[in-house]
Design a protein around this ligand. Structure first.
Ligand SMILES: Cc1cc2nc3c(=O)[nH]c(=O)nc-3n(C[C@H](O)[C@H](O)[C@H](O)COP(=O)(O)OP(=O)(O)OC[C@H]3O[C@@H](n4cnc5c(N)ncnc54)[C@H](O)[C@@H]3O)c2cc1C
Length: 302
């Protein structure tokens, strides 16, 4: 119920404009969003690197309406990659294809991604492509495979809640494109996605094992302690090297678990979002966990 409400609110544009302009709201989001500027986000990445944690810079924004906006999104990421190189950061960038014009022109979107790949290669970095709602799954997959085969520096997110994901992983493995496995954050109908959480979790574990056995440097992106434990038991039992995959988590979430993984010698990358368009991202984090709503309310009352 709360999840549905927040996913609904995340799509309300008037509320979004109002919230993004409200300074108190901006302050509260700092728990999950590194800052509004690239400089603030880079400072977070540098701090994480000192703690032995890798990062992924995510310049927040979705669904642009002109190709000029798409190009401006691309410019922001080029600036991020230049700084990753200049500061010797073990950071990647995370992009959403709708931010790069997927709704407007697939060719222009591909050209934008190619531009980023060239900069990522120079910086020794990688372009991580997020997966958005199911309206984009096939197009995102096709573009990621094409771009990934061209440059070898792309990773694509796959959502365990979709029935189709086992087949998608087969296609990505065959193309040697690395995968970031997540449970899935959008609202999808039962005709295409598991409606029950326990089935999503079960499918996550099945796909996770497939990736650990057959994938190329997979990323297991979850805060689910039980699943992380199962991953650790699986890699130990199969003799899979800890440097042949990585765990990923979101900035500000389960910091206790993050520290434990690092102490145990596993690789961890945090997804570090920044920018002024934080509202949909923030609302999806609230939707995932009602306790976060209490956190927001407590801060508002202070
Ligand atoms: C690095 C990364 C990249 C992602 N990229 C995408 C993407 O491209 N597309 C997409 O659809 N989804 C993406 N997601 C989101 C993902 O789909 C899930 O919605 C999100 O990770 C919550 O699922 P979970 O695996 O942590 O498990 P859950 O079962 O939801 O949570 C397990 C436990 O984790 C903790 N937890 C989870 N979420 C929160 C939260 N918001 N606040 C506080 N505690 C929390 C709680 O302790 C909870 O009990 C990404 C997630 C990560 C970590």
């Amino acid at each position: 119920m709360i999840r549905r409400l927040f996913l609904y609110l995340s799509r309300q544009q008037a509320l979004r404009r109002w919230m993004e302009a409200w300074s108190l709201a901006r302050k509260i989001t700092r728990r999950f969003v590194a800052g509004e500027t690239l400089e603030e986000a880079l400072a977070v990445c540098e701090k994480l690197q000192r703690e032995g944690i890798f990062s992924t810079l995510d310049h927040l924004g979705e669904n642009v309406s002109t190709l000029e906006e798409a190009s401006a999104s691309c410019d922001a990421y080029v600036a991020a990659l230049e700084q990753i190189a200049a500061r010797h950061l073990s950071s990647t960038i995370a992009i959403k294809l709708t931010q790069f014009g997927l709704d407007l022109s697939e060719q222009a979107c591909l050209e934008n991604v190619r531009r980023l790949e060239a900069h990522a290669k120079t910086a020794g970095s990688r372009v991580e492509i997020d997966m958005e709602s199911s309206a984009y799954t096939e197009r995102t997959l096709a573009l990621a495979i094409r771009a990934g085969q061209e440059c070898g520096c792309v990773r694509l997110c796959v959502q365990a809640y979709l029935y189709r994901s086992a087949g998608d992983i087969e296609r990505l493995n065959a193309a040697a494109v690395p995968v970031r496995l997540v449970k899935g954050a959008y609202r999808e109908p039962p005709s295409i996605a598991f409606p029950r959480k326990q089935d999503v979790d079960k499918n996550y574990v099945t796909l996770m094992r497939k990736l650990l056995d057959e994938g190329v440097y997979p990323a297991l992106a979850t805060h689910d302690e039980r699943i992380i434990q199962q991953a650790i038991e699986y890699v130990k039992a199969r003799g899979i090297r800890p440097d042949s995959f990585e765990f990923q988590m979101l900035y500000g979430i389960r910091r206790d678990l993050q520290r434990q993984l690092i102490q145990q010698g596993y690789r961890l990358r945090l997804y570090v979002p920044y920018g002024t368009e934080w509202y949909p991202y923030f609302m999806r984090r609230l939707a995932e966990r009602p306790a976060n709503v209490l956190f927001v309310l407590r801060n508002l009352l202070r």
